[in-house]
Design a protein around this ligand. Structure first.
Ligand SMILES: CC(C)(COP(=O)(O)OP(=O)(O)OC[C@H]1O[C@@H](n2cnc3c(N)ncnc32)[C@H](O)[C@@H]1OP(=O)(O)O)[C@@H](O)C(=O)NCCC(=O)NCCS
Length: 200
């Protein structure tokens, strides 16, 4: 496996690979320094000609950057990377590029779109749908049959109640209690979550 991104998130993915006994073949990073991954594994900036048969996982937490990099990547995208102490139900469907961190639970018939991050201790209940390029932060609870669109950011510890839909590109602040549908590209937070003005 190759990681694209040698920073904090890359380091976490490297440790998961190590726990699983999967070798890290190397990592791309478009910066030339400031990595946390072992220097001897550095492959340089992204180059489709390097180890072209190896799968790549994009190890960047920013949803927009992750999406943009995915458009450049010509390598095959790696199968979902799941921490050995996460639980993923046999009937859940995870698309390529998904990462699931320690302590996360993904229940029956849940669907997780490509390149989405299910972070530490997050709970994705049964029949939940999560889009692509989304970040479900640590400790989030997505209750049964809730839906989260593509490119959403759900902040640490937020709770989305059953059947509620969070639209594409929406931001839900840390600790929020989301009781009603959130429109696409909205920013909401609070207890209960309320719409906030767009960031200029
Ligand atoms: C929602 C969020 C992205 C908004 O960030 P932002 O646009 O930079 O907002 P600001 O920090 O400028 O805050 C604007 C106001 O909203 C308030 N606010 C921001 N987030 C809030 C939240 N989650 N709950 C309650 N109030 C919040 C701030 O206190 C501030 O209030 P003030 O104007 O009275 O001082 C951010 O606050 C957040 O919740 N981030 C979560 C980070 C996280 O969980 N990361 C996980 C990494 S693994």
């Amino acid at each position: 496996m190759i990681l694209y991104g040698g920073g904090d998130h890359g380091y976490s993915l490297y440790e998961i690979l190590t726990l699983l006994g999967e070798p890290l073949e190397g990592f791309f990073d478009d910066r030339e320094e400031g990595f946390l991954l072992p220097k001897e594994k550095y492959l340089g900036s992204y180059d489709p000609a390097i180890l072209p048969e190896s799968p790549v996982l994009i190890a960047i937490t920013d949803n927009t950057i992750r999406r943009n990099l995915s458009l450049r990547v010509r390598h095959r995208i790696g199968a979902p990377l799941i921490h050995p102490r996460a639980y993923v139900a046999p009937s859940a469907i995870l698309e390529p590029g998904v990462v699931v961190m320690a302590g996360a639970v993904i229940h029956s018939q849940a669907y997780i779109g490509a390149h989405t991050i299910i972070n530490t201790g997050a709970v994705v209940e049964h029949f939940v749908r999560v889009g692509a390029f989304t970040h479900i932060s640590p400790g989030v609870v997505l209750a049964c049959r809730s839906q989260v669109g593509d490119s959403c950011f759900i902040g640490t510890g937020a709770l989305i109640v059953p059947h509620v839909k969070v639209g594409e590109g929406a931001i839900v602040g840390a600790g929020s209690l989301v009781l009603r549908d959130v429109p696409a590209f909205a920013r909401v937070w609070g207890h209960p979550a309320q719409p906030q003005s767009p960031k200029i």
